[in-house]
Design a protein around this ligand. Structure first.
Ligand code: IPM
Ligand code: MN
Length: 370
C-alpha cells in the first residue's frame, strides 16, 4: 500500500515524540512492504512564530489531502499570554473543526507491568479496559458567544455550552457500535441535574440506545463518574461524554495507566480518505510538557500507540497495528522505562533509547512470526 501521512510535530515535546512514532511507522512500512509518504507541517505556537497563524493554510491543505494525520502537541509558555489574540490551541481546535473530527477515542488499557507506576492500589487496576468516546467538535469548546466585556465597571467573561441533537446522536451511535464490539456497555456521562445541554444529552443518548438493544446503557453524573473512575474503574466499558467532560475525565483516567505519556487517541469524523476509510487525526493525550521539552526524556509510547490506531482506523492495517502494539507490550515487559513510568530501582531511558528498543522488538517479533 501507498499512503500519505501528514506529520504535525507542533510544540514542546511534540517533535520528539512524533519523530519516534514516524521511525516506527517507517519500520512497519519496511517490514510489511508499504510506502508511507510522511511530510511535516507547522501547527500551534511554532506556526504562529513562522506564519502568525496557529493553523496556516498550507498545513490545513496538507491535512485535508492526507490519508491520516499524526500530531504531537501544541502550546507552551511563550504563547501563553492571556491577552494574546492568537493561541497555539486554536490550531488544534481549528483542525478538529475543519476536518469535522467529531469523536475522539481514548482507550484506557493499563499495561500489567506498569501497575506500580500508578498511585492506585493494584486490585483496582485489574481488568481495567475502557474506551472513552469524547465528543470533539461541539460543546463549550466552540459555542458562541465567547468574549469579555465590561459590566458595571468590572470585567465579565462569557463562554457558551451548546449541543444540537444531531451532534449528540452521532457521538452516541459511534459509542454504541464500539460497545457492541466490546463488552456491550455504555456509560454516558453528563451533568443533567444542572445543565440544559446535559438534559438534552441524556435524552438523546437514551433514544439512540433503542437502536442497540443488546448494549446496556447507564447514565452517570460527571462528579460521581470522576469518583467511580478511581473506585471501580474495571466496571467501565465504553464511556461517551461531551467535549469538556471528556477532556477532564481522560486526564484523570490516564492515572490508571501509570502516566499520561502512555495514552494514545484517535479523532475520527465524517471525512473519508483515499482508501474510503475515515480521515483521522492521531495524537497522544498529553500536552507539550514544556518542562521537559528538548531534553530527550519524553515518553514516546502514547504517540507510538497513536500511530498503531492510525494504521488500524485510517489505513485498515489491523495486522500491522497489532504488531506495533505487541512490540510496545514486549518492550515494557522487559522492564525498560522512561522517567515518567520509572521505578526507583532502575535508571530511566531516553526517548531515543525507548524508541530503538521498540523498533528492535518489532523486528524480532516479525522475524519469529515470519
Ligand atoms: C487535549 C488537549 C486539548 C483539548 C488542548 C491542547 C486544546 O488538552 O487534546 O486533550 O483541550 O482538547
Ligand atoms: Mn486534554
Amino acid at each position: 500500500m501507498k499512503a500519505k501521512i501528514t506529520l504535525l510535530p507542533g510544540d514542546g515535546i511534540g517533535p520528539e515524540v512524533v519523530e519516534a512514532a514516524s521511525e516506527l511507522l517507517k519500520t512497519v512500512g519496511e517490514v510489511f512492504g508499504h510506502k508511507f509518504e510522511m511530510d511535516s507541517y507547522l501547527i500551534g505556537g511554532c506556526a504562529i512564530d513562522e506564519y502568525k497563524s496557529p493553523l496556516p493554510e498550507k498545513t490545513l491543505k496538507a491535512c485535508e489531502d492526507a490519508d491520516a494525520i499524526l500530531l504531537g502537541a501544541v502550546g507552551g509558555l511563550k504563547w501563553d499570554d492571556p491577552s494574546a489574540k492568537v493561541r497555539p490551541e486554536q490550531g488544534l481546535l481549528g483542525l478538529r473543526k475543519n476536518l469535522d473530527l467529531y469523536a475522539n477515542l481514548r482507550p484506557v488499557l493499563p499495561h500489567p507491568d506498569l501497575v506500580s507506576a500508578s498511585p492506585l492500589k493494584k486490585e483496582y487496576l485489574e481488568g481495567v479496559d475502557m474506551l472513552v468516546v469524547r465528543e470533539l467538535t461541539g460543546g463549550i469548546y466552540f459555542g458562541q458567544p465567547r468574549h469579555r466585556q465590561s459590566v458595571n465597571g468590572e470585567t465579565q467573561a462569557v463562554d457558551t455550552m451548546v449541543y444540537k441533537t444531531s451532534e449528540i446522536e452521532r457521538a452516541a451511535r459511534l459509542a454504541f457500535s464500539l460497545a457492541h464490539e466490546r463488552k456491550n456497555k455504555v456509560s454516558s456521562i453528563d451533568k443533567s441535574n444542572v445543565l440544559e445541554t446535559s438534559r438534552l444529552w441524556r435524552e438523546t443518548v437514551s433514544s439512540v440506545s433503542k437502536e442497540y438493544p443488546s448494549v446496556i446503557l447507564e447514565h452517570l453524573l460527571v462528579d460521581a463518574a470522576a469518583m467511580h473512575l478511581l473506585t471501580r474503574p474495571s466496571d467501565f466499558d465504553v464511556i461517551v461524554t461531551s467535549n469538556l467532560f471528556g477532556d477532564i475525565l481522560t486526564d484523570e483516567a490516564s492515572v490508571l495507566t501509570g502516566s499520561m505519556g502512555n495514552m494514545p487517541s484517535a479523532s475520527l469524523g465524517s471525512k473519508k480518505n483515499s482508501f474510503g476509510l475515515p480521515l483521522g487525526l492521531y495524537e497522544p493525550i498529553h500536552g507539550s510538557a514544556p518542562d521537559i521539552a528538548g531534553k530527550g526524556v519524553a515518553n514516546p509510547i502514547g504517540t507510538i500507540l497513536s500511530s498503531a490506531l492510525l494504521l488500524r482506523h485510517s489505513l485498515g492495517l489491523e495486522e500491522e497495528a497489532k504488531a506495533l502494539e505487541n512490540a510496545v507490550d514486549v518492550t515494557l515487559n522487559t522492564g525498560i522505562r522512561t522517567a515518567d513510568i520509572a521505578t526507583q530501582e532502575k535508571e530511566p531511558v531516553s526517548t531515543e533509547k525507548m524508541t530503538a528498543k521498540i523498533i528492535e522488538n518489532f523486528d524480532q517479533l516479525e522475524i519469529i512470526s515470519g
